[in-house]
Each structure stands twice: as structure tokens, then as C-alpha cells.
Design a protein around this ligand. Sequence first.
Ligand SMILES: NC(=O)c1ccc[n+]([C@@H]2O[C@H](COP(=O)([O-])OP(=O)(O)OC[C@H]3O[C@@H](n4cnc5c(N)ncnc54)[C@H](OP(=O)(O)O)[C@@H]3O)[C@@H](O)[C@H]2O)c1
Length: 281
Amino acid sequence: MKKVAILGGRGMLGLDLNAAVNAKGFEPIIYDLPDFDISNKEMLEDAVASSDMIVNCAAYTNVDKAESEREIAEKVNAVAPGMLGVLARKYGRYVVHISTDFVFGDTKEDPLSETDTPHPLSIYGSTKLEGERLLIASGCGYSIIRIQWTYGTYGNNFITKIVSLAQKNKSLKIVNDQTGSPTHTADVANAIICFLEKTPAGLFHFAASGYTTRYETALFAFKSLGIDIEVLPCSSSDFKTPARRPLNSKFDCSKIDGILDFKRPFWQDSLKEFLDATKLG
Ligand SMILES: NC(=O)c1ccc[n+]([C@@H]2O[C@H](COP(=O)([O-])OP(=O)(O)OC[C@H]3O[C@@H](n4cnc5c(N)ncnc54)[C@H](OP(=O)(O)O)[C@@H]3O)[C@@H](O)[C@H]2O)c1
């Protein structure tokens, strides 16, 4: 049975991946804080040496806090993936590394493909981009899967946040100028499984099928849950946050479709399934 090290394995994506890896007959080994620190070389080497393949879901993910904590964001998101690559090369291990739409700025309005030039708008985005570069430069066998707008059972995310806000407010303002595809981490986990089975190389974009705005997503979620609330569209500039977010998070996923053994679900279908199963609201 092949051993799969899941770095950041107790996070939102890591826990869904753990279930998917188990279900597919691999042996998952979870590595996460506080007993495992990806920026500790000895700990990382032990994880790499003890497994057959590695999926790196570990990241400093607090986008706003990263603006004032650059050093730790760099250590976890940039330096550690580079070190992972060097060790994976040394031990001949295949790495699946998870990255983000935040490597992009707003240089185009059409869906973003893997050949589009990144232009991060935040410290989080620039450290994640540097992590990609260092991993690639290491010369190990790798693939990088960029994901965007994820939600899942095991983490705080846009969906859980708006549902929680809806329980305390009569009216909500939701941004209507950010576009993307709400994507269930369980679907990302299924995509990662295809990578563990086929070990393709390179950079890939993954998202649910179809595009929408944050505002439309909220309307869909509230309607599905039977939550009666006034939802007002607004612009990103109405919400001042320390880190800038890209307005365009739409991914062109045609490259990854050639690797997947399933059809990417429409965002509405996965979100409805998630809302029904988690009984949010
Ligand atoms: N959520 C999104 O919308 C989104 C969008 C695009 C891309 N991504 C990417 O998806 C991947 C998975 O993120 P997620 O959504 O599952 O976030 P998450 O729930 O924050 O998971 C990240 C995990 O990494 C752990 N971690 C942080 N620093 C670490 C360290 N030094 N050593 C070991 N583990 C460490 C975290 O532990 P603590 O919780 O204890 O800090 C957490 O368990 C990340 O690469 C992220 O950049 C996420």
C-alpha cells in the first residue's frame, strides 16, 4: 500500500483529502502543527523519507494577517515548498503541491490559464508564488494544483461565514465584483487522487464548473437553506481589508480535464450537496 504524506493534513483540504486517500486504498500519514512544522528541515525530511508520495496542503492561509506577518508567511508558503522539493528530489518522491488564484492580479477578465503571467496583489499571494517557483527550481517530480474559492466541512470559509452572519443580521452586503467558482474541498481531494494515481507533471488549475460572483453565491446558498434575508450587492472597495483580493478568480481548467477521471461538477451541484449534508443554517 503506497504511503501518502499529507502535509497540513488537519486543515480544511487536508482532512477531506485524508478521507479520499483512505477510500482509494492508499495509506495516508497526516503531518500538521503542532507536532509537525513544515519549516523544520529535520521534520520535513522525516516526512519525505517515510512516505512514497507527498501532498502539500500546509500553508499560512490568513490572507490579511500575512500583510503584517510576512516573515512567517514566507517561511511556510515559500521557503518550505522549496525545501520540500530539494528533499523530494533527494529521495525520489513525487510531490503534489497546492497553490492559489491569489498568485494572480487583475491583468485580464477572461478565465486564467496556467500560461497567464502571475501578478500577486498581496503578501500571501506573492509568498505562494515564490513557493511554486522554488518547488519547480528544485528539480523534483512535481505537480502544482492551483485552487480557488474553496469551502469544506472542516474549515472557516466564505460559505460558513455568510451563513453565520445571516443568523445574526437582517440584511447583508456581499461583494458583486469578484468572480470565480465556489469549489468543494471534497472535489479538490478527488482531483488530487487522480494525480497520485497518474503522477502527471506541471502546473494545473482546478475549480468547479461554471462561474459566478460572491453575491450570486450568497443568494444561491440562502435560497437553498431557506434563509430569508435581504442581500445587497456592493463593491470590493466598500470593504477595506489589509490585503487586496483579485477580482478575477475564474480558472480555465481545460488542462486538468485531461488528467481527471471525472467530470468537474457544476458549482451549484456541489454547493447544494454540501449545504444539504452539513445542515448549515
Ligand atoms: N481556502 C481557500 O479558499 C483556498 C483557496 C486557494 C488555495 N488554497 C490553498 O489550499 C491549501 C490548503 O488550504 P486550506 O484551505 O485547507 O487551509 P487551512 O485549513 O488553513 O489548512 C492549512 C493547514 O496547514 C497547517 N499549517 C500552517 N502552518 C504550518 C506549518 N508551519 N507546518 C505544518 N502545517 C502548517 C495549518 O495548521 P493551523 O490551522 O494550525 O495553522 C492547517 O492545518 C493551501 O495551500 C492554500 O494556500 C486555499
